[in-house]
Design a binder for this molecule. Structure first.
Ligand code: LER
Ligand code: MN
Length: 271
């Protein structure tokens, strides 16, 4: 397993669960100095990132791109793959496709979390899942060009009413044809939704493609009450060999949160 830290490029998301906020250059430099293997980037939109500069910064600091989020599409532009409006669904898909192209070119997958939207008003749950499934099949096909999956992230009930738990997300994925869609297990959301996080990791098994490494209160692992040892044991049992990426609140500040993450990673997962 490798450890990554999040870098947000979205000022509108201030107060959100990202460690570094001061641009790619500082994000890459601090990630490397503190000992992370990679960074996870949260862009405002695909064309607002200088991806070539990101590539050269990563090579200068010897860090990899762990993943790129598409949630800026929701936070900034209110795009959703399950909007009742066809034009918004189309723009959401194109936003995600562009992130897949850019991140894929750097060997990393894109994440569909808040872009899954929610079902409400005229849209039934079945309809929303059908739209989400159609979009994911197309996104997965594009991602395959780069030999990476697309990552689908169940979110807790306060952020979506569509996919909250790992078990329902696994059965949804089983209903789709494309196998290039993996699950992102965010330990913060799982702490709210799962009966037992280790069992949920077993239910995901080889479909688990990425982990957001967060404690119960969305602070750095070790700053809350999640039993991380049983979780890492489960990850090893399912032979998870991907990223543990710190998508956490920068509390009490970015540096302390980052340092605690590396300490916990080395203690529990990095040996
Ligand atoms: C996205 O990875 C996520 O976990 C959401 O809760 C963003 O706030
Ligand atoms: Mn997450």
């Amino acid at each position: 397993m490798r450890c990554a830290v999040t870098v947000s490029l979205v000022p509108e998301a201030r107060g959100g669960p990202f460690v570094f906020w001061d641009g790619l250059s500082k994000g890459c430099a601090r990630a490397a100095e503190i000992g992370f293997d990679g960074i996870e980037v949260f862009p405002r939109s695909p064309d607002e990132v200088d991806w070539r500069r990101l590539e050269s910064l990563m090579s200068e600091h010897d860090v990899k791109l762990a993943a790129a989020g598409t949630g800026g599409g929701w936070v900034v532009h209110k795009l959703s793959l399950t909007s009742p409006e066809a034009e918004i669904r189309e723009r959401a898909k194109n936003f995600a496709l562009e992130i897949i192209e850019r991140a894929g070119g750097l060997g990393a997958p894109a994440i569909v979390g808040s872009m899954q939207g929610r079902w409400e008003g005229p849209v039934t749950r079945e309809q929303a899942l059908a739209w989400l499934g159609e979009a994911l099949e197309q996104l997965a096909e594009r991602a395959a060009k780069f030999n990476v999956p697309i990552l689908l992230e169940p979110l807790n009930r306060y952020e979506t009413n569509l996919l909250n738990g790992v078990t329902e997300a696994v059965s949804f994925l089983k209903s789709l044809k494309n196998r290039n869609i993996k699950l992102l297990g965010d330990l913060f959301h799982m702490n709210i939704e799962e009966v037992d996080i280790a069992s949920a990791i077993h239910a995901a098994g080889s479909r688990l493609g990425h982990v957001h490494f967060a404690d119960s209160n969305r602070r750095a692992v070790g700053f809350g009450h999640t039993d991380i040892e049983s979780i890492v044991a489960a990850l090893r049992e399912v032979r998870y060999d991907g990223w543990l990426s710190a998508e956490i609140l920068p509390l009490p500040d970015s540096e302390t949160a980052a340092a605690q993450t590396i300490k916990a990673f080395r203690q529990y997962a990095g040996y």
